[in-house]
Design a protein around this ligand. Structure first.
Ligand SMILES: [Mn+2]
Length: 302
């Protein structure tokens, strides 16, 4: 239902949160996917407005503007249980991380695939930790930065250390990094010492890459972490650390669809580092659009 502003005559739609994908009532109990916002940017090193992103993403992806069908033709209406948004814990990041991990673990235990809106990238190791004991997980990281520092300015929980922390988890079988264009010598050293466990597709190679994941096993369980700065700033200008010459919105969506089109399974996904401060919300809408396509892969395999 829309309302018209008397003074300007501008039509302002009432708004349907998160593209109409969210389930209500009993449908939420049966939904195969869930959405969790994590309003935590405490481990950011530069701009930190991504803490405000989860409610902004829900609002920006307005179902009055978009329909519920994915690009692959899957109607995702009501497919997602809404878990709301979490604030950081008062006791510090380790306490917060334990909570984020516990929520994901509970979702996996009840058979739902969790989709998480950040927040900064530091939340990802906590989210992936929840998959321990459920078989090998192949992490796919869409990012301008390798996030491979052993610590950043003394902080091991920094959003610059995400991949280094993931490598310490025995259940993380591989990490595929796509869109990287800022690797330092320290980070390259850690990647190379991890051997075949890390595959890096830098931005200049990803640009002409028709398939990103052909090196993964056929039945791989894939956890996708999307740092919005993997995209070119033209597509995602409102990120904490914009880096020129990144990847296209089309390439990002094709990556999500590639996971769904093979025997691989998307077992979880986060979208992080988006800030609610571009004029037309294009960063937030793209973030939601990626989740929409990810949810479609979960619904399609039921
Ligand atoms: Mn990152």
């Amino acid at each position: 239902m829309g309302v018209c502003c008397e003074h300007t005559g501008v039509h302002e739609p009432a708004g349907i949160a998160f593209g109409g994908l969210l389930a209500s009532g009993a449908d939420a109990e049966r939904a195969p996917a869930s959405l969790l916002g994590v309003m935590d940017a405490t481990q950011s090193t530069y701009r930190d407005r991504c803490a405000e992103a989860p409610p902004a993403i829900r609002a920006a992806y307005d179902g009055a503007c978009y329909n519920t069908v994915s690009e692959t033709g899957v109607d995702c209406a009501g497919g997602v249980a809404d878990l709301g948004d979490l604030d950081p814990e008062a006791g510090g990041f380790r306490e917060s991380a334990a909570r984020y991990s516990a929520v994901v673990e509970a979702e996996l235990a009840r058979g739902r695939t969790p989709f998480i809106l950040g927040g900064d990238h530091a939340i990802t190791p906590a989210l992936v930790a929840a998959y321990a004991g459920r078989g090998p997980v192949h992490v796919v990281q869409w990012d301008a930065h390798p996030d491979m520092y052993p610590d950043f300015e003394g902080n091991r929980d920094s959003h610059a250390c995400v991949a280094a922390r993931l490598l310490e988890m025995p259940h993380v079988a591989t990490i595929t990094q796509i869109g990287i264009r800022t690797e330092t010598a320290v980070q390259r050293g850690i990647r190379e010492s991890a051997g075949g466990r890390v595959t890096q597709i830098p931005a200049w190679e990803a640009e002409r890459c028709p398939a990103f994941l052909s090196h993964l096993p056929d039945a791989a369980a894939v956890y996708l972490t999307v740092d919005m700065d993997g995209f070119d700033p033209a597509f995602a200008p409102a990120v904490a650390h914009p880096v020129p010459a990144g990847l296209s919105a089309r390439a990002g969506l094709e990556l999500v669809k590639e996971i769904g089109a093979t025997g691989r399974r998307l077992v979880g996904m986060d979208v992080v580092e988006a800030c609610p401060d571009d004029r037309d919300n294009r960063t937030l809408i793209l973030a939601a659009r990626l989740v929409h396509e990810g949810v479609a892969t979960v619904l399609a395999r039921r």
